[in-house]
Design a protein around this ligand. Sequence first.
Ligand code: ADP
Length: 489
Amino acid sequence: APGVRSADSFRQEKAFVNGEWISAKSGATYQVINPSNQAVLGVVPDMNEEDTKAAIEVAYKTFQTWRNVTPKERSTILKRWFELTVQHKEELAKLITAEMGKPMADSLGEVGFGGSFIEWYAEETKRIYGDVINGSNPQRRLLVLKQPIGVAAMITPWNFPNAMITRKACAAIAAGCTVVIKPAEDTPYSALALCQLAAEAGLPPGVLNVVTSSRGNAPAVGQAMCESPLVTKMSFTGSTATGKIILRQCAGTVKKTSMELGGNAPYIVFDNADLEKAVKGTIGSKFRCSGQTCVCANRILVQENIYEDYVKKLAEVIKQELKVGDGFEPGVNLGPLINKKAVDKVNSIVDDAVAKGARVVLGGTSNEKGGNFVNPTLLADVKLDMRCGQEEIFGPVAPIFKFKTEDEAVAIANATTSGLAGYFYSRDIGQIWRVAERLDYGMVGVNEGVISCVEAPFGGFKESGLGKEGSVYGIEEYLEMKYVCMGVA
Ligand code: ADP
């Protein structure tokens, strides 16, 4: 196709600060590994506190001018950036598959999803409105201004190395903020490739900065962001444990925060559900990204009358449809897990269930492919006190729990400190309303297993997070509301 470059021409081995490709001051680098075959893809700078502070200063200085750029101009640049991601979707997708492992079709899907946030916020930047309020004093006018919050720091995860960058950064940039991002250590290249295209689109130097660091330096980089008085906003997506550390560190400067943390999604199938649809939905909700998303079905709850049917059908569809392997191999739709630590964790959750009496219907911990590959695994007769009933699995393991009544299902679903996404399948309209209202979750899928989209607010209740991303609401996270009282007498 015209304009297609090699994916390698987007694999930048430097960090991106002030519009320049730079090394760590110390000169340190670390290696980026392909999770499918452990090949070294290349290196990137291993930056530390000092490098982070320097990037924050650049972002702070740039904010003084970027905040005054007109929405129309910001929109034009974001649109061009979006178009470049469409033009280079193949190359961006290859980087995702290489550094993160998901199959090419999913990577292409992610580039489209990631691009949708650039496009959306290119549009939303023009619609940042204030208000004028009539007070009780006739000699005053009360105004509400919406202004960019300032320098926004961001720490992102590896499971959506492209879309988690654009969902945050484009909302911030559209609001008039400048940005410093620390991408996940496993997946820096997708973040850097987006910087390359942003620069080509005409985004001024210093608006978008990416500081890369190894896992070893992540706490120091994060702390420098959280404690900097020049940073007025922190947006984090990752584990609940790390999110809590970051929240604590942000307390010292009372930073505004957005947190997208872990989930423990219930996926409830009532006995009046369309079984085919419920099974199909499980495949998308549970096995997408090899189960490595925070909205993946985690606890599958099936009503007793249809329990055995559901287990049987799901096993058939898994056998028919899921193919494990390298994401570049045609036909593969279940890539590797991100690293060995993830594989060990998932396997130990399966071992725990088996030791406590679960029935392995499909899969299990042995895998002839080895490496970071895990077979799709179906566990029946599981109990809530097993680890798979308590923890976020983050792997292609589907535990199927049995329940009797609607009340019981809702109680089980809500008995967790997480509250990100929840799903249920039912054809009873009364039940649909009742259960949708009773689930303590920020996002609910009814007869749908995959629900994220740019137009809808993404975010969790309880310990799953603070704030919303995407949608018309997402830009608010990067705006301060200022009240101006104007005497007119
Ligand atoms: P995971 O276990 O899936 O890697 P994490 O929450 O640990 O989830 O990682 C999400 C992001 O948080 C990554 O960019 C990672 O480097 C970063 N991170 C991990 N620990 C810290 C920390 N102590 N401070 C700041 N960032 C961190």
